[in-house]
Design a protein around this ligand. Structure first.
Ligand code: AP5
Length: 207
């Protein structure tokens, strides 16, 4: 499970982990954005909350995420990115995994100071096709995605007001889960201010 504030590098590290370990990547944010692009009721409902930087209600998130996670074959490993984010989500995940005799092996907490999060999200562009994130200092020339050639765009929730709200919501509603995983002996703290490769090496070491 990849855990950390908005902009900590969860999506970036998830892609490296997928490439290295051949795992399924289950990202709640990507699922909502995919639904929004398709214009589904789920996507439109989620957008109201995402644009304000608030959490999408548990009743909407839990069913869709558990369906997705439970559809992964029991031989296949997976990375959770952005889920769970509330105590209720964590409880429902644990009972669903226990019922399938599966469990979470490790919770990787990537920590980055707030000023760096704000800086990163202000310059972030994301591929519309494969969701790969990029930092682009000069917005006059936006390249295509290195991985798939898709168009890069700025997320609506990367506006400064929404970023600040997302950070506040993370601290209030999601951070309390860290203690839960620490007490279970599952948590590894990963310093997130290193280079992308440096963070990846810390994660591989923790795993
Ligand atoms: P979600 O899409 O999950 O966003 P998030 O958690 O806010 O995280 P981000 O995607 O913004 O950042 P990241 O940590 O993946 O960083 P990244 O790798 O892109 O959720 C969006 C919204 O959906 C939520 O606000 C909520 O409304 C809703 N939602 C989602 N899940 C939910 C749930 N479970 N319950 C309820 N609501 C939910 O990196 C950021 C930037 O930094 C990039 O530009 C990258 O290139 C750069 N970067 C990465 N690593 C480094 C490094 N080491 N050094 C320098 N730059 C770096």
């Amino acid at each position: 499970m990849l855990f950390g504030p908005p902009g900590a590098g969860k999506g970036t590290q998830a892609q490296l982990l997928v490439d290295r370990y051949d795992l399924a990547h289950v990202s709640s944010g990507d699922i909502f954005r995919h639904n929004l692009r398709q214009g589904t009721p789920l996507g439109l409902r989620a957008k109201e909350y995402m644009d304000r930087g608030e959490l999408v209600p548990d009743d909407v998130v839990i069913d869709i995420m558990l369906d997705k996670i439970m559809s992964i074959h029991s031989d296949e490993g997976f990375i959770l990115d952005g889920f769970p984010r509330s105590t209720r989500q964590a409880e429902e995940l644990e009972s669903a995994l226990t019922a399938r005799a599966r469990n979470v092996d490790r919770v990787l907490h990537i920590d980055v100071p707030e000023d760096e999060l704000v800086r990163r999200l202000g310059g972030r562009y994301v591929c519309r096709e494969c969701q790969a994130p990029y930092t682009i200092a000069n917005s006059a020339t936006i390249p295509a995605c290195d991985r798939c050639g898709g168009e890069l765009y700025q997320r609506d929730d990367d506006r400064p007001e929404a970023v600040q709200k997302r950070i506040d919501v993370y601290r209030e509603e999601t951070m309390p889960l860290l203690n839960h995983y620490r007490q279970k002996g599952l948590l590894s703290d990963i310093p997130g201010q290193d280079t992308v490769d440096g963070v990846f090496q810390s994660i591989v070491g923790a795993l």
